[in-house]
Design a binder for this molecule. Sequence first.
Ligand code: ZN
Length: 397
Amino acid sequence: MSDSYLVISRKYRPKSLDELIGQSLLVSSLRSCLDTKKVPHAFLFHGIRGVGKTTVARILARCLSCVGQDGLTDLTSHPCGVCRSCVSIDRDQHMDIMEFDAASRTGVDDIREIIDSTQYSPVLGRYKIFIIDEVHMLSKSAFNALLKTLEEPPPHVKFIFATTEMHKIPETVLSRCMIFPLRPISFDALSSYLIDVALREGFTLEDGAARVICEESGGSMRDALSLLEQSMMLTSDDKAIASKMVLEMLGSVPSPAIEALWDLILSAKPKESLAKIEEFMKGGADPIMLYKSLQNSLYKLITQRIKGEKGNTSITNLLYIWQILLQQAENLRNAHFPEYVLSATVIILAMTASFQNIEEMMINKKDQKPQPRADESNEVVDNILSKFPGAIAAEVE
Ligand SMILES: [Zn+2]
């Protein structure tokens, strides 16, 4: 690997609004702002990690700073890429564009430094632009100090904020920003893009493999590209990325195997369900990945059931099982041995599935007891439910 090696997420980082994937609403809003020259003095981009907030902030800084080949062009939604400003931005050397990471510079002194520099005119471009990443991490006093400048900013100053946690930003600051949400990228758009990037790198990415990467990334471009890059490193001479390879890399198992496990759980077979989960883990599956796959698969089952497509389990029971799965997520993440939590969860789910109708039980809690299958012990079920948060109402006096 040479010194000039660039990770794929940096190599393919978009430099213009046209190159942004899966953010069409954001792109048209920004274009409208720029083309009508109605540019606010503070922008806020929010969304999950790796979805492109900092990338958009830099593209916007480029749009605001480009002066065109003739050096006279006004701000634009189509920066030229060759003017002094555009070239300086490409080299990360633009003197008027300053990037701060609020995660490491949270204090009021850091913000005062920014505020002091706003009084000087830009050197190269038309604006001094302050990009503040993870802005929600600023301290209360830092926000207060920033607020005064946000209320009456000098005309040559623009702020671009990015955050994953908008709810932590004071209302007084939010009300002075134009807010742009970045959505998780749709699986279809992300999948096509990954297949295209793989091709450009000389690899073939199977549709199924792309799908697995998309699901694991949850719509985050950076995570998806990083997983694609890891997959590329595992390929042999044929440079083909198959879904089996990606699943093994992630410590997951194929969807049909997960569906087969749900068949066992919903048929109220705790012993067989436990054997299946142990078999997965002996094969190298990761408990956290298995949990995610179980959750994704159950979501599909519920939607299929609501559409009346397939399945015998009542929607109420499926939703109750969904709730149990969600409640166990926290336990799983904090556990020293997540494989035990997962195994116990699967047993609880299979035992819960043995109840005839949870809704009826909850309504007639005084008269009706849970109806476990004949081959299960009441005592074991009662014991598990008594330890479980939100245990069946029938057991509560
Ligand atoms: Zn330019």
